[in-house]
Write a protein that binds this ligand. Structure first.
Ligand SMILES: Nc1ncnc2c1ncn2[C@@H]1O[C@H](COP(=O)(O)OP(=O)(O)OP(=O)(O)O)[C@@H](O)[C@H]1O
Length: 442
């Protein structure tokens, strides 16, 4: 069969197989995505698909490239959605930030305009480059299979129906149908690993075997099949271990996973994070650290993962939680006025008869906050105890400790929710205060 018929046939089969109904085509203007758009337009009526584009505004030509895609859509009567990226980060990680913005916008359009499927023009060369890049960077099996032909995405799914075709074959289709496209000049510069692989390494490898891309695709499919098989066993283990599982916190028992050997555990945790799509990027080094803290003798330990997630071991349980960077960790408090910290309400009032704290002078500054490293509690005879030690003594698990409120009078800790009141140790002075926490007297 001619290449163009094969491409159209494969895309059509994929759309049917994954039951795509209303499709958003991601079009950058390059030859791959312009070919994809042409193919989709042959298969579907114009009310069943739309075009989405992001102007990353990173190159002088980007404006004219967006215009090119826009004109093409207008001419053909296709729905067109575009957005310019104007809040770029100043530091490193431009490529990743651009991707986050791009996929964020794709999700937004899908939701607002009721598209159930996003289709991208990733092809066989992208897949092979992706696999080799992941081999170079991490060797993590779950990252190696990250470029999937279908996965859940936003309020629907993402489909990549061109993975069976090489860039060359798509270009051939473009020639046959005389498809106009823009040329991304940055593809030729060798600043990124992807471009070095694309321009220097793959041409050499392909000289060794012309079937190289098909082999990468075969390896990817087999690895995915193996992981699918393992998944059944992993699901049983998860059922035995999980206690809480929601968008911000996962909590469970450790024991069930320990029956797997070390390398099976690496796969287990890879699967664990990949399938929940928590947007945690996790390296093999971190997976090994997780296994390390679960299997060593220390009962309390934690690891900070990327993207504000933390993995905590607490005795025979583990917790994965999103650390909220938005949460306030400190507020100044005024007598008789309600202060709110992390959704908790606290008031401190002067009270001669019904009081919980006694000090020798009226505080000039009252602070409410969560714990900090180095916090110390004043005991009898002026001795101190570390707050962390008190948490351990009271058997408060590590992952709960940030929830405890700490009250300070003139920078001296006078009270820690549930576990400490300075007046139990030092009953001095004649200034009496009542603490009210969430409507309850302390
Ligand atoms: N600016 C863009 N606007 C719309 N779609 C885009 C844009 N950039 C890329 N795409 C879509 O994503 C596909 C892959 O593009 P490209 O290979 O440049 O991305 P990548 O960064 O390598 O991969 P990924 O998109 O998975 O991060 C394109 O074929 C196209 O469908």
């Amino acid at each position: 069969m001619l290449i163009d018929k094969r491409i159209v046939g494969t895309v059509k089969r994929n759309l049917e197989r994954f039951q795509a109904k209303k499709i958003l085509v991601a079009v950058s203007g390059g030859v791959d995505s312009m070919v994809l758009l042409n193919v989709i337009a042959q298969i579907l009526p114009t009310d069943k698909f739309g075009v989405v584009n992001v102007d990353h505004d990173l190159r002088p030509e980007s404006k004219s490239e967006v215009q090119f895609v826009k004109d093409n859509c207008q001419k053909n009567g296709y729905q067109f959605f575009t957005k310019k990226w104007d809040k770029k980060p100043r530091d490193v990680g431009m490529e990743a930030a651009a991707r986050e913005f791009r996929y964020g916008f794709f999700k937004e359009v899908m939701k607002q305009e009721h598209f159930d499927t996003l289709v991208t023009a990733h092809h066989g060369n992208d897949l092979a480059e992706n696999i080799l890049m992941k081999m170079i960077r991490s060797g993590n099996a779950y990252e190696i299979i990250s470029l999937k032909e279908q996965r859940n995405f936003g309020n629907g799914q993402i489909i990549r129906p061109l993975l069976d075709f090489s860039k060359k074959e798509l270009a051939e289709y473009g020639d046959i149908h005389d498809i106009k496209h823009v040329q991304d000049e940055t593809n030729f510069s060798n600043i990124t690993l992807r471009n070095r692989l694309r321009n220097n390494i793959f041409p050499e490898l392909q000289k060794e075997n012309g079937q190289l891309l098909a082999h990468f695709r075969f390896f990817d499919q087999q690895l995915m099949a193996l992981i699918d098989l393992a998944q059944k066993q992993f699901s049983q283990i998860e059922q035995a271990m999980i206690l809480v599982d929601d968008a911000r916190i996962i909590k469970g028992k450790i024991k069930p996973v320990l029956k797997l050997d070390h390398f099976q555990q690496t796969l287990f945790w890879g699967n664990f994070f990949a399938k929940r799509q928590l947007d945690i990027s996790i390296s093999n080094k971190q997976i090994n650290q997780i296994i390390g803290i679960l299997t060593n003798d220390s009962a309390n330990a934690s690891i900070d993962l990327e993207d504000s997630w933390r993995f905590i071991r607490s005795y025979d349980q583990f917790v994965v939680e999103k650390i909220s960077t938005k949460n306030l960790t400190e507020v100044e408090l005024h007598l008789n006025r309600v202060a709110t910290l992390n959704h908790r309400k606290v008031t401190v009032t002067e009270d001669e008869t019904d009081f919980s704290i006694t000090v020798d002078k009226k505080p000039e500054k009252i602070t409410l906050r969560t714990r900090r490293n180095g916090d110390k509690l004043l005991l009898s005879n002026g001795q101190h105890q570390k707050l962390s030690k008190r948490f351990i003594n009271e058997k408060i698990p590590e992952y709960k400790r940030n929830d405890y409120l700490v009250l300070l009078f003139d920078n001296q800790i006078v009270w820690v929710e549930k576990i400490y009141n300075m007046s139990d140790y030092l009953k001095k002075g004649n200034k009496h205060y009542q603490i009210n926490l969430d409507g309850v007297k302390e």
